[in-house]
Every structure is written in structure tokens, then in C-alpha cells.
Design a protein around this ligand. Structure first.
Ligand code: DNO
Length: 404
């Protein structure tokens, strides 16, 4: 298991020296400044890698090992004429990364929006702040703020009246904040940030794209990317759609174990793999995370170890809980990941196949409260998450080694 940490680049308030103190050994990052769809040049990658690794001789070393993410241009997801040039650019970026030794690449195939939350500072009873997705607030945004044409067909009468009530109770500042949270693009954004009008237009482009069409477009993308990845020894890691279900009338196709089965049936290449984002998959009650970790073990190239706590009466709403105390049995998930590594070891490929894990979306707590942070990516909360998860890994590894 390789402990990694996401770093958003030189402007990230959590610095490389801070990260060294966490005990993580690997960095997860991206060239966030390169416009989506353009090539990541080798010189830029080297420069960036150098910022991360230049202190390695004197200090405990950090290696840029995982890319999260090379964004996939909307033209590719839409299967537009001319998208081949965008696919070629994506491949060139992958080749350039591989030439610099960076061979694990996370990406996603969510149309228009990336991960989405309604609250970025949801106060917990501990006094810390968490991220939250509230289905009623989300519907209120879709129906009454965005006023997406046709949106009422996606909700029941009861949902519409609950959303109307929530909307009527929101102040104009709250409406603005909600709009901002949903459409302005969270950190590490893989999509643009939109005005309400642009956002509506972006959604409208998918009018004729259903699940089948989007899957075909993913297939087309992968059928070009995977053969090259195999040759380069690059491992891809598709991130699930977060939250894992259709939103704004857009199809979302990486949400469940069935979706993953379909993905690997269509594209069996050994380079085709996943990011097991435990929190994302876990925000659906029908995803059994330890079972998924077991079933897709050989395909897991990267894991985000965080948990969510779903609302009792509305299972689509959740907040991001402590890493070990959520609706997900994290200890069992970690046990599955360790067994997978052991299996790889028996096949003689442990070293090159260790699974990169990272803590994800920590709480904003203690000295981080009141600081400008990237939502979900403040230092102390993630440090707590990493420390907890590390303890579990250590304890389970000892048990596994001693055969108990
Ligand atoms: C959120 C992240 C996502 C993720 C992308 C992967 O914190 O998990 O932004 O990086 O969806 O492509």
C-alpha cells in the first residue's frame, strides 16, 4: 500500500513541506493550469515534478506517482466530430507523463460537472466542518434556481413540494452560495466554472446523449487509449461519478458494480482499471464496498479512502463522515485491498502493483477553521484520516503476515 496525498500545486495552502510531515510517500497531482483538452508538455511535467521532488536528497522523499486527473474534454464525452484530435492530445499527455515515470492516471467521464456538493461547511456536532450533499437542496437548485427545462419530469410531486419549501426558505445569499457550490467547479475541477446560462447551455448539448451513447463514447476513447497505455505500462484508474447517479438529466455511467462489469467486458485490457473511491460508491446503499473491493481487486490501481454517512430518511443525502466511522466498513475494505496486494505478490508482481491510497475530504477542524482552504482538502482533517487509515493498514498487515 502506498500512502499518497493530493497536492493542488504551488498555490495549495498545504505545502510540500507540510505533506512530508504527514509521512505520505507519494504525491497525487495534475497540471491544473493546462486548459482542458490541451497537451501536457514534457518540460512542464518535469518542472512540476522537480518542485515536488527537489528536496528529496535532504528530506524524506516524496514522489509524484499518480495523476489526478487528466481531464477528458467534453467533445470526447459528446462524441463530437473532431474529438479524435482531443483523444490524441490526451494520449500524448499520457505518453509524456510515462516518459517522466508517472504511470498511474486517474480520470473521470462525468458530463458537464465533476463531483458535486450542496454544502461546503456543514457543521458537525464535534465543531468541525464537513462537505455535504443534500438531495432536497439540490432539487431546489435544479427546479427553482436553474429552472432547467424539463426538470419537473425528474422528480415526484412530493419531491417537488419539498424542494419548493426549501427554496422558499432560502435567503438570496443562500441561493447564491448554493449556486456557487454547484456550478462554479470545486478544486481540481475537471470542468469549467459556469454562469447559470452557460450551465444550461452545457446541459442542453447532452439532449441526445443517453447512457448508451455516453458508454459508446467512453468505449471509443478507451479503445484508442488502452493499447497505448498497455505498451507504456500505464495503469488507468477511472473515478466514479460523484454522487453516483444521473443528475440534471445527464447520464452517469460509472456508479455501480454492474457499470464496472460492463466496463471490463467491453474493454478487458489489463491497463483498464479503477479508482476505488470508497466514499463515492458508498453514497449509494446498494453498493457493497468490501464486496466490490474483492470483486474488482485486480482492477484497483488507486483508492480514495473516505466514508459517508447517509441520511436515514433520504439515502441520497449524505455528509462526509470520519474515515473510519461511516456507513462503510472501511476496515473490511482495507483488508480486501491488502489481500489483493498479497495475491499480486504471489504472482511475483507486488512491487510494481502496490495500490496507491490517499485520505480524501478531511474535515475542516482546529487551526484550519477560518483559513482559506480547498474544500475537503485542508491539512489537519486529512492528516487525521491518513493516521487512522494507516493504523488499520499496519494492524491488518501484521495479522496477515503472521497468518492470524
Ligand atoms: C474530489 C475528487 C474528484 C476527482 C475527479 C477524478 O475530491 O475525488 O475531483 O479528482 O473526479 O477525475
Amino acid at each position: 500500500m502506498r500512502e499518497s496525498w493530493r497536492w493542488f500545486g504551488p498555490n495549495d495552502p498545504v505545502t510540500i513541506s507540510d505533506i512530508r510531515q504527514t509521512g505520505a510517500t507519494d504525491i497525487v497531482s495534475a497540471l491544473h493550469h493546462v486548459p482542458i483538452g490541451e497537451i501536457w508538455k514534457i518540460d512542464d511535467i518535469r518542472k512540476y515534478k522537480n518542485i515536488i521532488e527537489s528536496g528529496n536528497k535532504k528530506q524524506s522523499p516524496l514522489t509524484w506517482s499518480v495523476v489526478e486527473s487528466i481531464p477528458v474534454h467534453e467533445d470526447i464525452k459528446l462524441g463530437r466530430d473532431g474529438c479524435q484530435a482531443r483523444i490524441d492530445n490526451w494520449i500524448t499527455s499520457m505518453e509524456n507523463l510515462a516518459a517522466c515515470g508517472i504511470k498511474t492516471i486517474c480520470y473521470n467521464f462525468m458530463p458537464v460537472i465533476d463531483w458535486t456538493r450542496t454544502d461546503l461547511a456543514y457543521k458537525l456536532n464535534t465543531g468541525a466542518y464537513a462537505l455535504r450533499f443534500d438531495q432536497t437542496k439540490f432539487s431546489a437548485f435544479d427546479l427553482f434556481i436553474l429552472q432547467r427545462p424539463g426538470s419537473d419530469a425528474d422528480y415526484t410531486e412530493t419531491e417537488i413540494s419539498a424542494a419548493r419549501e426549501a427554496y422558499q426558505q432560502m435567503s438570496s445569499e443562500e441561493c447564491e452560495q448554493l449556486t456557487d457550490n454547484i456550478i462554479s467547479g470545486l478544486p481540481g475541477k475537471m470542468t469549467g466554472s459556469y454562469s447559470l446560462e452557460d450551465f444550461k447551455n452545457a446541459l442542453a448539448q447532452y439532449r441526445h446523449i443517453g447512457h448508451a451513447e455516453l458508454r459508446d463514447n467512453l468505449d471509443r476513447f478507451l479503445s484508442h487509449v488502452l493499447p497505448k497505455a498497455e505498451k507504456l505500462g500505464v495503469k488507468l484508474a477511472i473515478h466514479p461519478d460523484d454522487p453516483p447517479r444521473d443528475m440534471f438529466g445527464l447520464p452517469r455511467i460509472i456508479c455501480t458494480a454492474d457499470d464496472l462489469d460492463r466496463l471490463f467486458t467491453q474493454q478487458p485490457s489489463s491497463a483498464n482499471g479503477i479508482t476505488l473511491c470508497v466514499g463515492t460508491y458508498g453514497s449509494r446503499p446498494d453498493n457493497d464496498l468490501p464486496a466490490m473491493a474483492r470483486r474488482f481487486g485486480s482492477r484497483i490501481n488507486f483508492a480514495h479512502l473516505r466514508g459517508v454517512s447517509r441520511d436515514k430518511n433520504e439515502q441520497r443525502s449524505f455528509y462526509e463522515a470520519n474515515h473510519l466511522d461511516s456507513d462503510i466498513d472501511m476496515v473490511s475494505v482495507i483488508r480486501e485491498l491488502l489481500s489483493e496486494e498479497e495475491r499480486r505478490g504471489r504472482l511475483g508482481k507486488k512491487a510494481e502493483n502496490e495500490i496507491f491510497i490517499r485520505p480524501d475530504h478531511g474535515h475542516q477542524m482546529m487551526d484550519d477553521i477560518g483559513k482559506a482552504v480547498n474544500p475537503g482538502y485542508s491539512g489537519i482533517g486529512r492528516l487525521k484520516g491518513l493516521a487512522e487509515v494507516r493504523g488499520v493498514i499496519r494492524a491488518l498487515s501484521t495479522q496477515i503476515q503472521s497468518g492470524s
